[in-house]
Ligand binder design. Structure first.
Ligand SMILES: [Zn+2]
Length: 110
């Protein structure tokens, strides 16, 4: 009998390989336990370490940053860290599309 999900307690955990994509960048398939009900995915500590290593080796580490909204004239602005800008290939003067996706996310696309 399979283990029950640690989160929902309803589904059973099934072992399979899952695609891992930190910040949308695929870094490979890793063994995980996946809940048959809520789809929550659990990695062992050993696999988590492997995922962290793979992410670091592709520069996908420490990309998240906290920032504050500023104001410029009638608009507000957001500072984007150098690391995130370099990762996304954004430069000063680049034209981007900015649009909401739901009420708590804004996409900047180029
Ligand atoms: Zn579950």
């Amino acid at each position: 009998m399979n283990k029950k999900c640690y989160i929902c307690g309803k589904g059973e955990l099934v072992t399979r390989k899952v695609d891992v994509k930190p910040y949308g960048v695929p870094i490979g398939k890793f063994d995980a336990e996946v809940c048959s009900d809520c789809n929550e995915t659990f990695f062992s500590e050993q696999i988590s370490d492997k995922i962290d290593e793979a992410a670091k080796s592709k520069g996908l580490w420490g990309l998240e940053a906290r920032t504050k909204i500023g104001q410029a004239g009638n608009s507000i602005d957001v500072r984007i860290s150098k690391r995130i800008a370099e990762f996304a290939g954004l430069r000063k003067g680049a034209e981007v599309r900015v649009y909401p996706e739901g009420r708590n996310r804004i996409i900047i696309e180029h």
